[in-house]
Design a protein around this ligand. Structure first.
Ligand SMILES: [Zn+2]
Length: 143
């Protein structure tokens, strides 16, 4: 293809082709489950995640189960009060977000397709993560 007119026609064809491709939105696709932003408040001796129960319900997890797993990860007791997660110490907002993120990585996100549409299943002392999107079954491994 050396004729400039031919090249022009080809480019126009490519342009039309691109226009007909729907806009690619990887972020939206990746987060089919719409997670609210964490509302974290620090008070003198507490850290409060206000919308904890809402957040956890979007992940389709039991708040109590999440609480005990988070406690194990962070090394001290946490509690839930009126839908909020209470940490009886002051922790940096960023650290709280990292903690929740770690939780999601270990207990929610499918290691294969990275979707959050998963369920936890117990098998003896083991817990398995089952992905409803790609069918991957993986063992939960605590760090
Ligand atoms: Zn998957």
């Amino acid at each position: 293809m050396t004729d400039p007119e031919e090249i022009q026609a080809y480019l126009q064809m490519v342009d039309r082709g691109l226009e007909s491709i729907p806009t690619y939105q990887p972020e939206e696709e990746r987060h089919r489950i719409d997670l609210p932003e964490l509302e974290i408040h620090l008070s003198r001796n507490k850290t409060i995640v206000q919308n904890f129960e809402l957040y956890v319900s979007r992940l389709r997890r039991e708040p109590k189960e999440v609480l005990s797993d988070l406690s194990r990860m962070i090394g001290f007791r946490l509690l839930i009060q009126q839908g909020s997660l209470i940490l009886l110490t002051q922790i940096d907002e960023l650290r709280v977000m990292q903690l929740i993120d770690e939780y999601v990585t270990i207990f929610v996100r499918c290691p294969t397709c990275e979707k959050l549409d998963t369920v936890l299943r117990r098998e003896g002392s083991q817990r398995l993560l089952l992905c409803e999107v790609c069918g991957t079954e993986s063992r939960i491994r605590l760090p």
